[in-house]
Design a protein around this ligand. Structure first.
Ligand code: URA
Length: 251
């Protein structure tokens, strides 16, 4: 690939800025000073340095965000603040997007990435990647609720939704339920991620979801050290594991 493209992708600056760096003799390839921005390099084989510091070439980015309530999970919205607005200027890239949607009032784990392949694997209903939620509902989840989920509940209609009337497959046991005053806290794992699935499942058994937090997607667990609104890059181990459990290929 062309050296100027490589440098721009590595976040050193725009194509024209990195050309200036090259002209000023600030870039070396395998310790040889480069003066032509048209130089072709093999990104996997060469050692590129900027002012003597190795350049890390990264094209795919992965951030774990602890989404706060009140923001929408889209890249652009004319009315509401989006989750992308939480990215610091140095991390923002126009090709990043949220891998999947959480409702405006839902909090918790959201992956921001520009890796379309991984996002597809995580979100495809056919891949059955587990998404774990902590759900707070009004009322007490009883044996009857557990039995109703075990039998499968029919999802009520929602505008534009293709899964109306479909029976859910997700179940809970009494160990997933904790009473909290007149409310219940429930751990629910879903595998397909039908639109508004959690709220619609509880609505189907006559219960209203009062708060919803996603805590896991496949192998990726929400970092308890992240406050709402904070985010961090995935570690290499987290990414590798997520690729593996979602069935997406590495590289
Ligand atoms: N299910 C819902 O109902 N809402 C979400 O945000 C996620 C899953």
């Amino acid at each position: 690939m062309r050296l100027d493209k490589y440098l721009a992708e590595s976040g050193l600056g725009t194509r024209s800025e990195v050309k200036t760096f090259i002209k000023k003799g600030r870039i070396t390839v395998d310790d040889v000073l480069v003066k032509s921005d048209k130089m072709q390099i093999d990104a996997n084989l060469v050692a590129v340095k900027f002012d003597g510091v190795p350049v890390v070439h990264q094209t795919l980015f992965y951030y774990m965000l602890n989404k706060p309530a009140g923001l929408v999970s889209v890249t652009q919205d004319n009315v509401h603040q989006t989750v992308m607005s939480l990215l610091r200027p140095g991390d923002y890239r126009a090709d990043l997007f949220p891998a999947g949607r959480l409702d405006k009032d839902t909090t918790g784990l959201l992956l921001l990435t520009n890796d379309g392949d991984l996002a597809h694997h995580l979100l495809s209903p056919h891949k059955h990647v587990a998404k774990e939620y902590h759900v707070r509902v009004d009322g007490h989840v009883t044996k009857r609720t557990i039995e109703a989920f075990a039998a499968g509940v029919a999802l009520h209609g929602e505008k534009g939704n293709p899964f109306v009337g479909e029976l859910t497959l997700e179940t809970i046991t009494k160990d997933d339920v904790m009473k909290s005053g007149y409310q219940s806290l429930v751990r629910l794992v879903i595998h397909r991620g039908v639109y508004h699935q959690v709220k619609r499942m509880f609505r189907a058994v006559g219960m209203e979801v009062k708060s919803l937090q996603r805590v896991r997607m496949g192998s990726l667990v929400l970092d308890a050290g992240l406050s709402e609104g904070d985010y961090r890059a995935l570690s290499d181990a987290e990414l590798r594991e997520l690729q593996k459990t979602s069935g997406a290929c590495l590289e």
